[in-house]
Write a protein that binds this ligand. Sequence first.
Ligand SMILES: [Zn+2]
Ligand SMILES: [Zn+2]
Length: 209
Amino acid sequence: MTAACGLCERALDHGYLCPGDTLALAERLERMPKLYAALAGFLTPAVRGGGERVSASRTAPGLPVDEAVLDLRYGGIALVLEGWRSDVQRVRGWGEPAVTGSVERRVLAAARWIGMSLDWIAAAYPAAGDLAREVREMEGAALSIVGALPERGRRIGQCVSIDASGVICGAVIRHQPGQTRLVCEWCHAVYATEQDWLLLLHHQPKESV
Ligand SMILES: [Zn+2]
Ligand SMILES: [Zn+2]
């Protein structure tokens, strides 16, 4: 039997989500409660001109921003995360999770629970790729409103991992303050130990440093 990552489709020895996508999912889940809280600041509709409001909104394309925020704040994020948590518990043969507290607590609880179950999810949950994809899309939707795209970080070099056909990845590796473990966004190579850093620096193409 061959396995593949449910998100990026790279071949795996076993399991349903590659280490890079698992890490990215863990980080998204960790950020989600903060992002949820940040959305609160965007709930108030922008002030519109008085009399022409109806006709103006009819001609405006798409949803007003506040409606998208409402969707994510009251329903969206909590329901999506709770739905995944509930399905993971079902597959593992556990009971339904209890849903209590404010929406903010629920987002925190569900994100934390999924985050703590990622080892099992990556190894044994066939829908892991769909879970990761939905969380990524939800984060994208929230970020498009909040506008706080993660800082791009300092460029430290090019990825030196080599694929099966002998081609060097070459994607730019960036470092954020405080990060001790970097994952190539392109090939998911992980740089986490002193040896990894030395390897990375040693193999940099001369002109790029
Ligand atoms: Zn993957
Ligand atoms: Zn790479």
